[in-house]
Write a protein that binds this ligand. Structure first.
Ligand code: GTP
Ligand code: MG
Length: 546
C-alpha cells in the first residue's frame, strides 16, 4: 500500500486502475472483488442519491467519544458507514441502513430555544451534538480520524512529485492527492439531498442531482458542486394515463417560455434556501444568465454550490466524460495533471472570463486521446454506434445517444506511457493550427472552423455550438506558448541532472510558474509568436510573482 495515501482505504498508486474506480465510488467495494462489471453512470447516480437520503450530518464538540456517539445513534437504527471531518469544527457524516432511522432520531431531537435568536422551525438532517457534562464525558475520548476534504498545498505536492520514479508515477501521485475521495463524494450527494428537501416542499416528485466534475470522474477536492433540479419523474404519470381509454392531465400554470418557468422556480427555491436553509449563506440568484442558476455557499458541508434546473445535455456531457474517465486509467491521470498545470499558469480561473474553462480543456484532452495511434478512447460517433435501445436519447432535436454499458466498448490496444502522452499533448497543441482547424470529438478529427472564434471546440451534442466561444486570442496564444514551453522542458531538460541538483523535474518542473525560475528563458523560446502574446504572458507571470 502507498504510505502517502490519505484515504481511509487501502489504495496504492502502483495498483491496478481497478482500485481507482473503487476509491472514487464507481463500484460497491464488495462487488469490486467478485465482479468485473463496471456500473453505468445512471446506476452510480441512483445508488449514491439513495444513500444520501439515509444520511445525516452532525456538528460535534471538539472532543468527542466516537464509540459513545455511534452507540447512541445506533439505538435508532443500524449505521452503514460514517466518517468525521473538520469544517469550522468537527462534523460527523452518518449513513443509516434505513431511512426511517432518521425519522426515529428526529422524534427525540430538541429545537433550539428562542431566547437569543428566533429560529425558523424547519427540521433538516443537520444536527448539533453537545455533551451535557463536557469535562467528565470527554475524559474517555480517544483521538478520532478526520477524513481530509481538501488537497495538499501545491508546494507539498511538488515536493512529493520530486521523489517519484517517473513522470508517469508523478502523474498518478497527483491524481491520488487531488481526486475526490469516497467520503467527499458522499458529502456532495448529501448537499444535493439536503437541497432536495426544500424543493420537495413545492414539488414532491423532484430530485436534486449533481452533475459536472462532482460526478464525471474529473473532480478534484475543493471543486464546486453543480446540481440541478430534476422534475423528470412527473413525466411518468403522463405515459401511464395515456394507456387508458381517456386522458386526464394536471391543471398547471402555463407560462410563455420554459426559461421563465425555470427562473420562477429557481427564484422561489433560492429564497427558501436563503431564508430557511440552515448554513446556506451568500445566496445569489443569477436568473438572467444563459443558464439561470442560484449560487450559494453550504457551510455545513463546506461546498460552493451552483443550482440550476434540469439540463439534460449537461448531464449527457457529464456521462460522456464519466465513460471516458473510466475507460483507461491514463485518462484521469492526464486530465488531473493538465488541469493542475493550467490552473498554476493562470490559463484557467475560478471566475468566468475569456480564459479556457476546465470543461473545454478536458474536451481538448479527450480529443488528443482520440487522435493517438491506436486511439486511447473512441470517438463519440463510435460510442453512438454501440448504443442499444435504452441508450437512445434525442434531446431538443439533437441525437445524444451513446453506449452506457462498458462491456460493449473494446479496450484500447494503445500502450503508450503517460510520460509520452504528457509531452505529446503539449507538442500537439503547441503546434495545432487553431486558425484553420476546430476540434470535433464526435468525429475524432480536426475539421475546418465554421466561424472565426479563436478556439473552436464543437459542443459534442449541440453540434452548432462552440463550447469555447468565450476564449479570446491572447488567452489562446498564452495556452500555445505555455504548451510549447512545457514540451520543451519535458524534452530537453536533463532529469538526472535536475535530480542531482535537487531541482524539480518532470511534471514538478511544469507546476512552477515559469517566470519564477527564469523569466528570460521563456521570452527566447517564443520566436514567431505575436508581441501581444509575449506582453500578456509576461504580464501574467508578473502577477504570479507578486
Ligand atoms: P470544475 O471546474 O471542476 O467545476 O469543472 P466542471 O466540469 O464541473 O465545470 P463547471 O462547474 O464550469 O460546469 C459544470 C458542467 O456544466 C460541465 O461539466 C458541463 O457539463 C457544463 N458546462 C460548463 N461549461 C460549459 C460550456 O461552456 N458549454 C456547455 N455546453 N456546457 C458547459
Ligand atoms: Mg463544476
Amino acid at each position: 500500500p502507498n504510505s502517502h495515501c490519505r484515504c481511509a482505504h487501502k489504495f496504492c498508486i502502483n495498483d491496478s486502475p481497478f482500485k481507482y474506480y473503487r476509491k472514487i465510488g464507481l463500484f460497491h467495494s464488495t462487488d469490486a472483488e467478485v465482479s468485473t462489471r463496471r456500473k453505468t453512470f445512471a446506476e452510480v447516480q441512483t445508488e449514491r442519491l439513495e444513500q444520501a437520503e439515509r444520511t445525516i450530518l452532525i456538528k460535534c464538540p471538539p472532543k468527542i467519544n466516537e464509540k459513545k456517539l455511534l452507540q447512541y445513534l445506533s439505538s435508532h437504527g443500524k449505521i452503514n458507514s460514517h466518517f468525521f471531518f473538520e469544517n469550522r469544527g468537527i462534523h460527523a457524516l452518518i449513513e443509516f441502513s434505513e431511512k426511517n432511522s432518521i425519522a426515529s432520531l428526529q422524534d427525540v431531537i430538541g429545537i433550539p430555544s428562542a431566547t437569543e435568536h428566533h429560529v425558523v422551525p424547519f427540521k433538516s438532517r443537520l444536527f448539533i451534538f453537545t455533551l451535557k457534562n463536557p469535562v467528565g464525558q470527554a475524559a474517555a475520548e480517544t483521538p478520532i480520524h478526520l477524513s481530509p476534504q481538501s488537497h495538499i498545498p501545491v508546494k507539498d505536492l511538488i515536493q512529493k512529485l520530486c521523489g517519484a520514479e517517473s513522470i508517469s508515477s508523478q502523474m498518478y501521485t497527483l491524481l491520488n492527492e487531488y481526486q475526490l475521495t469516497e467520503e467527499n463524494i458522499k458529502l456532495r450527494f448529501l448537499a444535493c439531498s439536503l437541497v432536495r428537501d426544500f424543493a420537495r416542499a413545492y414539488f414532491p416528485d423532484s430530485v436534486v442531482k449533481p452533475f459536472g466534475s462532482s460526478v464525471n470522474t474529473f473532480g478534484k477536492l475543493g471543486c464546486d458542486v453543480d446540481m440541478f433540479l430534476d422534475f423528470h419523474k412527473t413525466g411518468k404519470h403522463t405515459t401511464k394515463m395515456k394507456k387508458g381509454p381517456f386522458e386526464m392531465e394536471y391543471q398547471m400554470k402555463r407560462l410563455p417560455s420554459e426559461r421563465l418557468a425555470t427562473q420562477k422556480i429557481l427564484s422561489v427555491i433560492g429564497d427558501c434556501l436563503d431564508n430557511f436553509g440552515p448554513g446556506c449563506v451568500s445566496v445569489q440568484k443569477i436568473l438572467n444568465a444563459r443558464c439561470p442558476l442560484v449560487k450559494f455557499s453550504h457551510q455545513p458541508t463546506g461546498f460552493q454550490c451552483d443550482l440550476s434546473v434540469s439540463n439534460s445535455i449537461a448531464i449527457k456531457s457529464s456521462e460522456l466524460l464519466y465513460i471516458y474517465g473510466c475507460l483507461d486509467s491514463r485518462v484521469r491521470a492526464l486530465v488531473f495533471s493538465i488541469r493542475c498545470w493550467a490552473r498554476i499558469h493562470g490559463l484557467t480561473n475560478s471566475v468566468p472570463g475569456a480564459w479556457i474553462t476546465n470543461f473545454s480543456l478536458t474536451m481538448m484532452i479527450m480529443f488528443f486521446l482520440q487522435k493517438r495511434s491506436p486511439p486511447i478512447i473512441p470517438t463519440l460517433d463510435q460510442l453512438r454506434e454501440l448504443a442499444d435501445k435504452e441508450d437512445q436519447h434525442i434531446i431538443g432535436g439533437y441525437d445524444c445517444s451513446f453506449v452506457s454499458d462498458f462491456s460493449k466498448i473494446n479496450p484500447t490496444k494503445n500502450t503508450e506511457t503517460l510520460d509520452v502522452l504528457l509531452c505529446d499533448f503539449f507538442e500537439y497543441f503547441g503546434n495545432f493550427d487553431f486558425r484553420k482547424n476546430s476540434i470535433n470529438l464526435r468525429k475524432g478529427k480536426e475539421v475546418n472552423k465554421p466561424e472565426s472564434s479563436p478556439l473552436y471546440i464543437w459542443n459534442p451534442f449541440e453540434q452548432d455550438l462552440n463550447i469555447s466561444k468565450n476564449v479570446n486570442q491572447p488567452q489562446l496564444e498564452k495556452f500555445v506558448a505555455l504548451a510549447r514551453e512545457s514540451a520543451w522542458i519535458l524534452q530537453k531538460e536533463d532529469k538526472t541532472l535536475r535530480m542531482v541538483n535537487k531541482e524539480p523535474w518532470g511534471l514538478a518542473a511544469l507546476l512552477i510558474p515559469f517566470g519564477k525560475s527564469n523569466p528570460n528563458k521563456i521570452k527566447n523560446r517564443m520566436k514567431g509568436i505575436g508581441s501581444e502574446t509575449i506582453k500578456s504572458l509576461l504580464d501574467s507571470l508578473k502577477k504570479l510573482d507578486s
